[in-house]
Design a protein around this ligand. Structure first.
Ligand SMILES: Cc1cc2nc3c(=O)[nH]c(=O)nc-3n(C[C@H](O)[C@H](O)[C@H](O)COP(=O)(O)OP(=O)(O)OC[C@H]3O[C@@H](n4cnc5c(N)ncnc54)[C@H](O)[C@@H]3O)c2cc1C
Length: 521
């Protein structure tokens, strides 16, 4: 992926693209992969870096959603379970099975969750991940050695999928480009243009690196900006009724020793009636999430103090070892692009299904859903977009399209396993320049070759791109990420041709950003 080359092609093109997609999160990138693989000509514009929004800030689960089963949303769960199976099939290097234990402290929990999770298994049908099973107290403790034993009766184990969200997004970006799409980061859509009849016929975009604006003509424009969907809709109709009810969710990240044994904990009912997870992820423990309605959508949402306390308190009820603010290595926050229903204030009960909306000027907005269902959302969106733009009908091919990096035995690549087949090329970089194999920090497994790879191949432009999304350093351990910034800046500057002043500016910008991922004691 070469940004300069793609930018040059986008600027010099005057004929209309079949589709211009605004937004480089899971949904927009999924639409780019789908449309390009059908043979449509596609341009995708992302205002920041790919995955800067919600799509790098999820709970990292590829799941049907046990919670939605309880709400009776059978078709939503079945659809998501099918997509879970397809995603593991098409990106086995990034989607892995994870065993979840629901610990039981009350007599009724074992039969209740036991039966519910059997239904979950059944709904997955041939896309199943593993069979749920009742556990004795001893079995539960063997799988969750750090759990509170007082009153523990046993548990139920079931299986779902886990992934690295930002890495999947980057691999989807590479897949989109391989299929012929043109994608640009740091290029916001600043305005939409209309033809003589008032129909949208293009986008004005701004390259944030050189400040130049250019126009991209389009047969149809797709608004896939997630929580920011209403902002883009209002570029066309200033008084458009809001479609999105934004709600934020936070996660706290701890050392891996809080959850040894490779199993996750699923707490089916927190005090506010939600589900909470504690999951092992990249040798750390991620605990979350919350669901707090918000009014302002920002690029860098911040946690509320009550959210931090709530997660610590809930985790403390299940874990034997005391858990405090001082144990938090990182806190990250994402905003759900939930689709509004009436005027209700409780976002936890809003549907996780997706919605498509076409306004009178022909702007197609797609929002809602979840990471797990991005492929299905994209298929639905491209079907509608092709009809709207009167493009020749072409069948969707993504059900069996391998995602870039596809590799069945990626585990063999150790710390580089998330790169799948690309791990071999990163190993080549290290062979050619052995100093690039040295770890950038003693607490995290990342090395210099990954910075070089991110800049050369994965369109990383800043220290933040590398430490937040190409690697997950910022999300795993914010302090360690701050320590890694100078060497990351040096290697990036070497690759991208920047000077020392740029490095200094990058280090201080990253420090300011990472400060928001630290929890003050
Ligand atoms: C706390 C939390 C936990 C979650 N956990 C899970 C989970 O475990 N599993 C699961 O399946 N789902 C999960 N989800 C849901 C899932 O993460 C989201 O549904 C999904 O990431 C939304 O993707 P998106 O592309 O719609 O939005 P985003 O990822 O936010 O992408 C929208 C993009 O549009 C860009 N943009 C905005 N305006 C413009 C413009 N003018 N020009 C160009 N670009 C623009 C933004 O910068 C952004 O990158 C979770 C969500 C949250 C909040």
């Amino acid at each position: 992926m070469n940004r300069a080359e793609m930018l040059g092609r986008a600027v010099s093109r005057h004929e209309p693209w079949d589709m211009v997609i605004i937004g480089g999160g899971a949904v927009g990138m999924g639409v780019a992969v789908d449309a390009a693989s059908r043979g449509y000509e596609v341009l995708l514009l992302e205002q920041h870096d790919f995955g800067k929004g919600t799509s790098s800030r999820s709970t990292k689960l590829v799941h049907g959603g046990v919670r939605y089963l309880e709400q009776g949303a059978i078709s939503l769960v079945m659809e998501a379970l099918k997509e879970r199976g397809l995603l593991r099939q098409n990106a086995p290097h990034l989607v892995t099975d994870l065993a979840f234990v629901v610990p039981n402290y009350e007599w009724w929990e074992a039969p209740f969750y036991g039966v519910g999770l059997k239904v979950y298994d059944m709904l997955a049908g041939r896309y199943g991940f593993g069979t749920s099973q009742m556990l004795s107290k001893e079995d539960t403790l063997a799988r969750l050695p750090t759990i509170k034993t007082e009153g523990l009766r046993g548990g139920v184990v079931y299986y779902d999928g886990q992934f690295d969200d930002a890495r999947l997004l980057i691999n989807l970006a590479e897949t989109a480009v391989e299929q012929g799409a043109l994608i640009l980061n740091y290029t916001p859509a600043t305005a939409l243009t209309r033809d003589a009849d008032g129909f949208i016929d293009g986008v004005v975009a701004k390259d944030l690196e050189n400040g130049h604006e250019f126009r991209a003509a389009a047969r149809v424009v797709i608004n896939a900006t997630g929580p920011q969907s209403d902002r883009v809709r209002r570029l066309v109709h200033a008084d458009a009724e809001p479609l999105i009810a934004p709600s934020q969710g936070i996660h706290l990240v701890f050392d891996g020793s809080f959850l040894p044994g490779g199993h996750a904990i699923m707490v089916p009912h927190t005090n506010d009636g939600r589900v909470m997870f504690a999951i092992p992820w990249h040798d750390h423990t991620v605990v979350g999430t919350t669901d707090t309605p918000i009014t302002e959508v920002s690029d860098e949402p911040r946690p509320f103090d009550e959210e931090i306390e709530f997660i610590l308190e809930t985790a403390g009820r299940y874990l034997r070892r005391p858990i405090t603010r001082a144990d938090v290595l990182s806190v990250f926050v994402g905003i759900r692009p939930l689709v509004r229903s009436g005027t209700g204030g409780n976002t936890a009960s809003l549907s996780r299904d997706h919605t498509m909306h076409i306004d009178q000027s022909g702007l197609l907005t797609i929002a809602g859903g979840k990471w797990t269902t991005y492929r299905h959302m994209a298929e639905d969106c491209v079907d509608h977009a092709a009809t709207l733009a009167r493009l020749p009908e072409r069948p969707c091919v993504t059900r069996n399209l391998n995602v870039h990096g596809f590799h069945r035995q990626a585990d063999n690549f150790g710390a580089l396993s998330v790169y799948g087949a690309d791990a071999l090329l990163i190993q080549d970089l290290i062979r050619a320049e052995p100093s690039l194999g040295a770890p950038l920090h003693s607490s995290l497994p990342y090395c210099g070759a990954e910075v070089v790879w991110a800049a050369r191949v994965e369109m990383a432009r800043t220290v933040e791109d590398v430490l937040a999304r190409r690697t997950r350093a910022l999300f795993l351990n914010a302090r360690a990420a701050i320590d890694m910034a100078p060497e990351t800046a040096r290697l990036l500057a070497r690759e991208l041709g920047y000077d020392e002043a740029w490095q200094k500016q990058q280090i201080s910008a990253f420090h300011a950003l990472a400060d928001g991922y630290l929890v003050k004691t």
